[in-house]
Design a protein around this ligand. Structure first.
Ligand code: ZN
Length: 217
């Protein structure tokens, strides 16, 4: 359950027929970053990540898959209770790039239902396709009231290459207005959580802040 890809390949596309865009920027300009975490909920890493984000006053987007959401509803509730934003990352982390719209729609609806089984009525404003393999999914997500969110920086935390290396990739790759892709699920993500724990206060001390992602026009 990893999301392969490198910086910049998660976005920047538009569907010529519907205008459904894949977004990748923060909501406000300047020295701001938007943190996103995919493939959870995944205790204990998600639980520790929530404590780190709370300690530094940071709100993030959590792109949940339906299967782990059904397995760990208490963690879905903790994410929502922490004031974070919820996103739809498909039911089973399938590559949807070759799927017809009706199949994508059924999967996205099931995923939203799995999330809302834990937190009834919670807003789910964003969708992200597994592997960044968008196919027809942006137009389907838009019909269901969700914006498609890609990323500008991915740090390869699915490898995983060690906490020091993850901190280095975050520090070197962070640019104003970037959405950053990381993972709290899909495996042992202890290195990711430790990297966030070091990176966030360091960048806050340098005058950066953390923002929500943009909304489509
Ligand atoms: Zn993923």
């Amino acid at each position: 359950m990893t999301t392969s890809g490198t910086a910049g390949d998660g976005s920047g596309r538009a569907d010529a027929r519907t205008g459904a865009r894949v977004l990748d920027a923060t909501r406000h300009p300047g020295r701001r970053l938007a943190l996103t975490f995919d493939d959870g909920p995944n205790p204990p890493d998600t639980t520790r990540l929530l404590a780190v984000l709370r300690a530094h006053g940071v709100r993030a987007v959590f792109f949940l898959c339906g299967d782990p959401a059904l397995a760990h509803p208490e963690v879905v509730r903790a994410i929502a209770a922490g004031g974070h934003v919820l996103g739809n990352h498909s039911m089973h982390h399938d590559d949807m790039s070759g799927w017809p719209p009706e199949r994508i729609r059924a999967d996205l609806l099931r995923t939203n239902a799995a999330i809302r089984a834990a937190v009834p009525g919670v807003p789910i404003p964003y969708f992200r396709a597994p592997y960044g393999s968008w196919g027809r999914s942006p137009e389907v997500a838009r019909d269901l009231g969700m914006w498609s969110l890609g990323w500008r920086l991915a740090i390869g935390d699915w490898e995983p290459p060690g906490t020091d290396e993850l901190v280095r990739r975050l520090t070197d790759g962070a640019a104003p207005g970037s959405v950053i892709l990381m993972h709290d699920g899909g495996g042992d993500r202890g290195q990711t959580v430790s990297a966030v724990e070091r990176f966030v206060p360091r960048f806050q001390a340098l005058g950066w802040s953390f923002d929500d992602p943009e909304l489509g026009g």
